[in-house]
Design a protein around this ligand. Sequence first.
Ligand code: EPZ
Length: 431
Amino acid sequence: MDRIRIVGGNPLNGVIPISGAKNAALPLMIASLLTDRTVTLENLPRLADVSLLVRILSNHGVDYSIDGRRQGEEQDAGQTVHMTAREIVDTVAPYELVSRMRASFWVVAPLLARCGEARVSLPGGCAIGTRPVDLLLMALERLGASIEIDAGYVVAKAHKGLRGAEVTFPKVTVGGTHVALMAAALAQGTTVLHNAAREPEVLDLADLLVKMGARIRGAGQSVIEIDGVARLNGAKHRVLPDRIEAGTYAMAAAMTGGDVMLQGAKAEHLKAALDALEQSGATVDASEEGLRIRRNGSPIRPVDISTAPFPGFPTDLQAQFMALMTRAKGVSRITETIFENRFMHVQELARFGAQIRLEGDSAIVEGRPVLKGAPVMATDLRASVSLVIAALAAEGESMVQRVYHLDRGFEALERKLSRCGADVTRISSGD
Ligand code: EPZ
C-alpha cells in the first residue's frame, strides 16, 4: 500500500488549480442512466471513486469514452467523458461494487425510473458512523415504488411507472435529494420536495437534468418542484469546482502560514468555512480567478464551529478545521451534527502532540504552539487529509499510511502541494 512522506515546516506558497467536485461528479455520472442519449461531462476529476463508478455504470450498460489530452492542456485539466446508456442491460447493482462506494447506491433511482425495477445492494463506503438509506427509500415509496429488502439487497419496483408526490424529508439529506430529483424527473405528474438539501452539488445535478429536458424549479432552495417528463435527452455539462478540495487547501495555507491562490474556487460555495478561517486570523480575497488565502505570521486564533447542512459549515471540512485548531492560541470547540462517529482523526491528530478531548458530539481542542511529525493513518477520506495538513505544519517527518483513502477524493494531492513548496513524496508499496 502506498504511503506519503511529509517533512513539515514549509509554508504553502503558489497556485493550486481546483479540480471538478467528486461529490457533484458522482450523481452527474449516475444521471446518465436516465437517458438513451449521450451525456458529456467536462472537468471530471481523475479519482479512484470516479473510475470505480465508471465500472459500476458500465455493468448496467453505459458505454463511455474519455477524450485524450489536447495540445497545450494543463496536466491537471479535468477529463471529458461521454456516457451513453443506450440500453440498460442489468438492473442489479451487486454487493461487491456498491459496498466499495456508498454513492453508487443512488443508481437505484434512474434504474427504477427507466426500467421499472432495480435490485441494489445496501451500501458501504467511508466508516463515518451508521449511514442509513431509509430516507432515500421513503422518497421512492412516496413516488409509488414498492420496496423490499431481500438478502442485503433493496428490491424496488414500479412496473406502472413512478408518480409525482409530496416528499418531506425529516432531515436534510444530500443523497436523498439526488435520488428524489432523478426519480421525479421521469415520474408522471408533479413532485414537491420539502426540506431538500441546498448543497451546490444538488444544484449542479438539477442543472444537468434541466439541460436534459427535466422541468425543475427551486433547486438550491429547500422546496423543489419537479414536473415529470416522459423521456430525457443527452446533454453536455461542466462539473462544478470542488469546494471541499478548495476548503482543504485553504486550511493548509492558513495552518502553514502561507499564501495560495485556489484557482477556480468559488467563495459562495464556502462562505461558512471562509468566515471561520477569517476569524482564525487568515486573510481571504475572492476574485474572478479564485480565492487567495494567506496568513502571514499572525497567530492562529481559536474558533468554535458546528457542522450543518449547506450553507452551514460542511462536515466534510470538519477534520481539516480541527487540524488547524490544534495550533491555535487557545481552546476551540468543534461540534459535529451530521454524522455521529466522525471523530476518528482525533486519536491520530494526538500522535502529532495535539490536545483534543471528546465530549459527546463535540471535540475540545487545546491549541499547541508546536506539533511533531509522526506516523499516522486514517479510516476515511477527509480524516486522512486532515493528517496531511497537520503533517505539513509539524516539525520533522510524518508518514501518512493508507493513501488509498486520499486517492478516492483528492486529485494529484502530492503534485499540487509540492508545487507550492511542500516537502511531500509518495512512496509506492513496491519501493
Ligand atoms: C453526502 O453523503 C456526501 N457524499 C458526503 O461526503 C457528505 O459528508 C454528506 O453528503 C453530508 O454533506 C457524496 O456526495 C458522495 P446525507 P450522503 O444523506 O448523501 C442521515 C465525502 O467525504 N441519513 O446528506 O450520504 C445520515 O446518516 C462524503 O466526500 C439518514 O438518516 O449524506 C446523516 O446523518 C462523506 N437516512 C445525514 O442524514 C438516510 O436515508 C446526512 O447524510 C440518508 C441520510
